[in-house]
Design a protein around this ligand. Structure first.
Ligand code: NAP
Ligand code: GLV
Length: 308
């Protein structure tokens, strides 16, 4: 069995190759480069337009992330090729930490104190009670469910939205039948945690951002193109949004001249809210390769029609 690992970061590529080689000693595991011999399985984060011209005998491809939009946009991705994504793989706890941090930032007004410190001002302010910060989680999948449950357990009123109906203890669940507008109407903080697909691209435009309560806070840990950047900037400037925490962007790295960098109401992190932990992910992928070899079904199989 031959496995190729494609990854734009050499360090990550080498770690995947080493770990999969240890876990699957019967396999020949190599880093992919143009001209690599055809393999049975591929693993990675694809940024290589010619990849599928050469890799013509793959039995499955595994994303090195929870998201698969990087794979879905690759030219030549065979329509029948099984695409498998990471399921949690240690990302859930990271997402919980990140989103809880942002909820506390807003609820305890830490940005106001940072601004007061810059002025040398001793300025106690009334905090919001936890019960006053309703958090909405858009996307109740593997990660969104963990974030929603953790924030609810911490005492925030939490609502969530997904394509199909869900029931999650402590979370007020909305879906396409109840409607996005009803969901957004009470979110003082909105966390985006849904995949980038044709249905979610540009969904958070001026109209949808206008459905949030005035002064809401937006957290995007999903993918940049879910938001229309100009609409977000306008909503921040009018005060419709009090602020935004952005971990993901339409173009990454975020270009140096992008207005988000210097906007006083924007907090930026460089796509780190939940990083791929190769030491957890490689065993998950190895288990799934062995299951596929035995002819068994595996979790995390992407529905190519839905795009996630
Ligand atoms: P997942 O398990 O596939 O869950 C996706 C959720 O989004 C599901 O609840 C799904 O609804 C919902 N959804 C999909 N399309 C929708 C639509 N059009 N309207 C409403 N809801 C929709 O994915 P996951 O593992 O939780 O990961 C979610 C995303 O997070 C990934 O795709 C990736 O882009 C992003 N991510 C980012 C980072 C980072 O570091 N920034 C790290 C990991 C993941 P159903 O339940 O009805 O199918
Ligand atoms: C990271 O963005 C991922 O999709 O895992």
């Amino acid at each position: 069995m031959r496995i190729v690992v494609a990854h734009p970061r050499a360090e990550a590529r080498e770690q995947w190759v080493r770990m999969l080689g240890e876990l699957l000693p019967q396999a020949q595991v190599e880093g992919w480069a143009p001209g690599s011999a055809p393999a049975d399985y591929a693993v990675g984060w694809l940024d290589e337009p010619g990849f599928f011209d050469e890799q013509t005998r793959l039995r499955a491809i595994f994303s090195a992330g929870a998201g698969v939009d990087h794979l879905m946009k690759q030219p030549g991705l065979p329509p029948q090729l099984p695409v498998v994504r990471l399921e949690d793989a240690g990302m859930g706890p990271q997402m919980i930490e990140y989103c809880l941090h942002e909820a506390l930032r807003v609820q305890r007004r830490f940005d106001d104190y940072a601004a007061a410190q810059c002025e040398g001002a001793w300025r106690p302010l009334p905090a919001l009670a936890r019960t006053e910060l309703t958090v909405g989680v858009f996307g109740l999948g593997v990660l969104g469910t963990q974030v929603a449950s953790a924030l609810a357990a911490f005492g925030y009123p939490v609502r969530g939205y997904s394509r199909s109906p869900k029931a999650i203890e402590g979370v007020d669940c909305f879906d396409e039948r109840s409607g996005l507008r009803a969901f957004l109407g009470a979110c003082r903080m909105l966390v985006l945690l849904a995949p980038l697909t044709e249905a979610t691209r540009g969904l958070f435009d001026a109209e949808r951002l206008g459905w949030l309560p005035a002064g809401a806070w937006l957290v995007n840990v999903a993918r940049g193109p879910l938001i229309v950047d100009d609409a977000l900037l306008a909503a921040l400037d009018t005060g419709q949004l009090a602020g935004a925490t952005l971990d993901v962007f339409a173009e990454e790295p975020l270009p140096p001249d992008h207005p988000f960098w210097r906007h006083p109401k924007v907090r930026i992190t460089p796509h780190v809210s939940a990083m791929t932990l190769v030491e957890v992910s490689a065993p998950q992928v190895a288990r799934k390769i062995l299951a596929l070899e035995r002819g068994e079904a595996v979790g995390g199989l992407v529905d190519r029609r839905r795009g996630y």
